[in-house]
Each structure stands twice: as C-alpha cells, then as structure tokens.
Design a protein around this ligand. Structure first.
Ligand SMILES: [Mn+2]
Length: 226
C-alpha cells in the first residue's frame, strides 16, 4: 500500500503512531510532501527516521528550502566546516544536536515534486495555465512549488490530467475540521485517485494535534491525534 502525507513539522511521536495505526511495513511505500521540519520539537529525529525508511519518497517544502537557503548562505564563504555544522545545529532549537552532515546532504538532495502516471505530488501547489490545465512541473522554479499560496483555494480546480497531492496550508484555515480535503471531479464517485482533481493533505498537525495520511489504493484517510 502507498500512504501519502505532508507537513509533519517535527511531530515525531504522532508520525510513529500514525505508521503504527496503518500497520506500515517494509512492503508499503510512503510519500511525504514536504515540511517535515520546524515548529514541532523533534525535527531532526523525524527527518532521520524518514531518510532511513525504505520505499519513501520525500519532497522539500518551504521549511526545508528555507533551511537550505541558510545552509547555502553559510557555505558561500566557508572556511571552518565544524563551525558551519554547529550553526546548522543551532537552527533546530530542540534537537539540533542530532544533526550530522549526512542528514544535511539528504535535505539538499530532496526533489521538489514527484510524478507518476496517475498523480503529482508537490508541497504547496502545481503550476496551472489560465484555463486551469496543469503545466509541466519541471519548468517550475522551486520557489513556485514550495511557496504557492493560490493553489489551495477551493475555487482552483485543476482540469484534466493528473490528480495533485499537496499540503502547505492547514485545511482548517479553509473552514471545518483538520481533515484531508479531497476535491471530486464532476460526475465521479471517489473510489480512485483519478476521481479527484486535487487532494489537500495538511491537517495543520502542529496547531491541531491531528496528523492524517491518505492511502492511494482505496482512497481512505487515517488520523491520529494528541
Ligand atoms: Mn509549507
């Protein structure tokens, strides 16, 4: 089975409980649409766990991108690499001491989108043309993909093409509960991913205490709460 989620934001315990709840095993796959770090208290521990998982596709969100921009700024006039690592550790006020160079390299290697025959995964939003058709993600800049603020709007419904999974903005900011929001295409019933034009994954875990994930094969959502 393939599970997809977003915006865990250092909530390591909730993530572990969610994986337990769905009975996640080595035969399953995980996709995380960015923002694994910041806000919560176990950013580095969570990142290390995600980086160690088999069959995990991890994307950069704006929080990983902001960390990388800080890292790149330190590297511009790098002389003392031990000092750089200690500055990077200070970036994570709660568990920065766990950060090592291997983890930094893994952050730097994160892709900004993931695409299959059926769907697209991105942190904040996929680029659309004026008629709402999806544009090729490879032509978008990282900034577009991690900072987009319009794709979340309920009125933005990508036409045709693939389904888009994204996070970045808590769904309850759009009204209602901290639940995954699935936007059905006209005339579809919702039994398969292609029935949806977009699936908004961010349950605002840090604020709501609820973390959710979506199972691709049967379009079921699962949640754990604090
Ligand atoms: Mn974000």
């Amino acid at each position: 089975m393939t599970y997809i989620l977003s915006d865990i934001h250092g909530e390591y315990e909730l993530f572990c409980r969610l994986m337990e709840k769905v009975g996640f095993s080595d035969g399953d796959a995980l996709i995380c649409c960015g923002d694994m770090i910041d806000k919560g208290k176990q950013s580095v521990r969570l990142a290390a766990r995600l980086f160690s998982m088999k069959n995990a596709v991890l994307l950069a969100g704006n929080h990983e991108y902001d960390f990388l921009k800080y890292y790149w700024s330190l590297m511009r006039d790098a002389r003392d690499y031990d000092l750089i690592l200690s500055r990077l550790r200070e970036y994570f006020p709660y568990d920065g001491e766990l950060l090592d160079w291997e983890t930094v390299d893994r952050f730097e290697a994160l892709p900004y989108f993931y695409e299959t025959e059926e769907f697209i995964c991105v942190h904040a939003g996929a680029p659309l043309d004026r008629e709402g058709h999806l544009l090729p993600l490879k032509d978008a800049t990282p900034e577009q993909l991690v900072y987009d603020r319009t794709f979340k709007d309920p009125a933005v419904l990508p036409r045709g093409g693939k389904s888009v999974f994204f996070g970045h903005t808590p769904t309850f900011f759009l009204g209602g509960e901290p639940r995954i929001r699935c936007y059905l295409r006209e005339g579809k019933r919702g039994g398969r991913v292609s029935d949806y034009c977009k699936i908004h994954l961010d349950t605002g875990t840090y604020l709501s205490g609820v973390l959710g994930c979506f199972r691709i094969e049967d379009c079921r959502s699962f949640y754990v709460g604090r």
